[in-house]
Design a protein around this ligand. Structure first.
Ligand code: ZN
Length: 267
């Protein structure tokens, strides 16, 4: 008799399951992910208008969440958003599902809002200090600026640089700043040589994995999996890839990465 192998336990450290895109399929998707080994997920907050939906989805599926203003959603009204964020954090203080500030950071490809991105990010680092929470960081072509601000606002609980793509040297600078390195689907791209080289050297205790899933269409397009099993299968593919690069077993990698995620968010 063949015994069905149970899938490795995984936590998605970054998934935008609150997005409207998932409304029609969320229930089925989440059920499928849970049967595929998904033990938990962290849904980052992106904008004030999206926070209520985020809270509903996190509550409904017993997932964790972050609260923040993503650089793409940073507008001239950022001051008001930060005030609302501060109020909401105060209200939610003590909610065990609230595990981070973010997604926040800097995105140099969104140059139009650079002047507002900077103070908005700074304000969120201050909130992370005040509420003693880790940060979920988004950084695109802005690593020097992000790292300089992390130095200026040191965080007891550190954070995670999500969707990391870079050299070992850059990864080390984030590790030194108290951050975990969030590895997503980019690692699965054949052409991502630099990231693969980084993963050969980067000690396992600094890694977490993520899907950064924001669109059902992306799951379909990725070719990694069918549309309802996609998310957790990507996580399993990431574990296999990291294990191969580090010459370790899938079980060892999955257990360490799982522990790292618990540690980072104090789950
Ligand atoms: Zn994200």
């Amino acid at each position: 008799m063949q015994v069905a192998k149970s899938p490795l336990a995984v936590i998605d450290s970054h998934v935008h399951l609150d997005f409207e895109e998932f409304d029609a399929e969320r229930e089925r998707l989440v059920a499928r992910l849970k049967s595929n080994g998904l033990k938990g997920a962290v849904i980052p907050g992106v904008s004030a208008s999206q926070w209520p939906k985020l809270l509903t989805v996190a509550e409904r599926h017993a997932f964790h969440y972050g609260l923040g203003v993503h650089p793409w959603y940073c507008t001239a009204d950022w001051g008001q958003d930060i005030e609302n964020l501060s109020k909401l954090l105060c209200e939610r203080r003590g909610d065990p599902r609230l595990v981070a500030i973010g997604e926040c950071g800097l995105d140099a490809l969104h140059k139009a809002s650079w002047e507002t991105q900077l103070p908005c990010f700074e304000a969120q680092l201050q909130l992370a200090q005040r509420y003693d929470l880790p940060v979920i960081l988004h950084s695109v072509k802005a690593h020097n600026e992000v790292l300089a601000l992390l130095k200026r606002y040191p965080l007891e609980r550190g954070g995670v640089i999500h969707g990391f793509y870079g050299s070992m040297q850059l990864a080390q600078r984030y590790v030194d700043a108290g951050c975990y390195i969030g590895i997503g689907h980019l690692l699965l791209e054949e052409k991502a040589k630099k990231l693969q080289e980084t993963l050969v050297k980067l000690p396992l205790e600094h890694l977490v994995i993520e899907t950064d899933l924001a669109l059902v269409s992306l799951v379909k397009k990725s070719g990694f999996a069918d549309k309802t099993g996609g998310s957790s299968l990507i996580l399993h593919l990431l574990i296999e890839k990291i294990a191969k690069l580090q010459k370790k077993s899938n079980v060892l990698v999955s257990e360490q990465v799982f522990q790292n995620t618990l540690q980072l968010f104090d789950l």
